[in-house]
Design a protein around this ligand. Structure first.
Ligand code: DQA
Length: 149
């Protein structure tokens, strides 16, 4: 069983900065700041350091994965649409997978949506995948990484 990580880097990808405004019927009305505040509270309860990153640019997401690898941090990643397209992000997260590991989160149930959302380039390297539980998915991932495994 992997050790509890030194900390967690929460990486959100494209369009997740638009939460609260973007397709509320699919993604709810919480903003990314609301969700990050909840994650920070849960991580503090669990005694884990946590940092947050968001970008709409694929290369920046790759660099965030490198940062996590260098810090020895586990990752919680919602890569948005890059989940379904990005071999570059997969390759970067593979380094995290070889260390503390990462959890893939989706706010919506991607498997109940369009077929192109059913494929993930990340899932087979993830410790686990949470989809369709809204922002709770991020909190479940924190609990898991904090020792619920
Ligand atoms: C998402 C699902 C993706 O298919 C989509 O492109 C997103 C958000 C989710 O959180 O449900 O941007 O990752």
């Amino acid at each position: 069983m992997p050790a509890t990580p030194a900390g967690i880097l929460v990486i959100n990808g494209p369009n997740l900065d638009r939460l609260g405004k973007r397709e509320p019927a699919v993604y709810g009305t919480e903003t990314l700041a609301d969700i990050e505040n909840k994650i920070a509270g849960r991580a503090a309860e669990r005694g884990l350091a946590v940092e947050f990153r968001q970008s709409n640019k694929e290369g920046e997401l790759v660099e965030y994965a490198h940062e996590a690898a260098d810090l020895g941090y586990a990752v919680i990643v919602n890569a948005g649409a890059y989940t379904h397209t990005s071999i570059a992000l997969r390759d970067a997260l593979a380094e995290v997978a070889d260390g503390p590991g990462f959890v893939e989160v989706h706010i919506s149930n991607v498997y109940a949506r369009e077929p192109f959302r059913h494929r993930s380039y990340l899932s087979d390297r993830a410790l686990g995948v949470v989809a369709g539980l809204g922002s709770f998915g991020y909190l479940a991932a924190v609990d898991f990484l904090a020792g619920g495994r």
